[in-house]
Design a protein around this ligand. Structure first.
Ligand code: DC
Length: 209
């Protein structure tokens, strides 16, 4: 069983994916972390972010087992990740590893930007989780304030828009819903309501198997 979850940054797909994986006892892969880990390895080694052959080599060395969002969450790593994510050779290398992961038993949840369209087009469940740019920026803003740090809403909003443009506008595997994806707009939906909606869709697919 493969559950493919796509959507823009800060739409709540990470939280939702983890909840689904926990509830069904499936393995979870946040594929954004594979791009982030590749970018961090390049930054740590002092290597350029615009050399596709070098970046591909790093991508092939990424270990899926050791990916940690806490270590990879910084804004600088996110920016670097979105730069190397436009490179077809990097995408090919990471997609190979992601596909191998998706076949684990008893089932997997993969979240990212191109899971339903490119990585696992045959997935029986595809969710496209989205929310308005304003709502997503606000969630990020509250999250930072919640950690006791200071934040500038206008800056975060501009950042969300810039990330969207990069993810949706790139030539290779742009972010878009698969034709057979279920849309979940979480703008006015709690994470619990989104989980319940996802559960109905997943349970129906499991029954069909
Ligand atoms: O979701 P995130 O912020 O951790 O993703 C980091 C970058 O990687 C972001 O620019 C989008 C890109 N990405 C991608 O191109 N394809 C994926 N399947 C996942 C992430």
């Amino acid at each position: 069983m493969i559950i493919a979850i796509d959507g823009p940054a800060a739409a709540g797909k990470g939280t939702l994916s983890r909840q689904i994986a926990d509830a069904y006892g499936f393995h979870h892969l946040d594929t954004g972390l594979t791009y982030r880990a590749t970018a961090k390895a390049l930054l740590d080694a002092g290597l350029p972010l615009d050399d596709e052959a070098v970046a591909e080599k790093m991508a092939r060395e990424v270990e899926l087992a050791g990916l940690d969002r806490d270590i990879l969450s910084s804004h600088a790593i996110g920016e670097a990740a979105s730069k190397i994510a436009v490179m077809p050779a990097v995408r090919r290398a990471l997609v190979e590893a992601q596909r191998a992961f998706s076949l684990r038993e008893p089932g997997t949840v993969l979240d990212g930007r191109d899971i339903g369209t490119v990585v696992c087009p045959e997935a029986p469940v595809k969710l496209y989780v989205t929310a308005s740019a304003d709502v997503r920026a606000n969630r990020r803003y509250e999250e930072i304030l919640g950690k006791g740090q200071s934040a500038d809403y206008a800056e975060i909003f501009a950042d969300v828009r810039k990330r969207d443009e990069r993810d949706m506008g790139r030539a290779d595997s742009p972010l878009k819903p698969a034709e057979d994806a279920h849309l979940l707009d979480t703008s006015e939906m709690s994470i619990e309501a989104a989980f319940q909606a996802a559960k109905v869709i997943i349970d129906a697919a499991l029954k069909k198997k």
